[in-house]
Ligand binder design. Structure first.
Ligand SMILES: [Ca+2]
Length: 77
């Protein structure tokens, strides 16, 4: 379980280039944080998370999309 605030801080840490989106590379660069995301979303691989939730053409996920993924797994407190 995570609060929106915790999720935001996790997202900001993952977003290394600070463009407001988390890309597949950024997920791979932080395996520890990716593991937290996996457990909060119930989706084991970053590829699957992005293919299911990232709506943009570049395949990166926004905070709102990540929040939705965690919400769908009933892990947003
Ligand atoms: Ca980024």
């Amino acid at each position: 379980m995570a609060t929106e605030q915790e999720l935001q801080s996790l997202f900001d840490t993952l977003d290394g280039d600070k463009d407001g989106k988390v890309s597949i590379n950024e997920l791979f660069l932080s395996p520890g944080l990716s593991a937290v995301i996996s457990s909060e979303t119930g989706i084991s691989s970053p590829q699957e998370l992005l293919s299911r939730y990232a709506s943009g053409e570049d395949g990166s996920i926004t905070f709102e999309e990540l929040k939705q993924a965690v919400k769908n797994a009933s892990n947003l407190t």
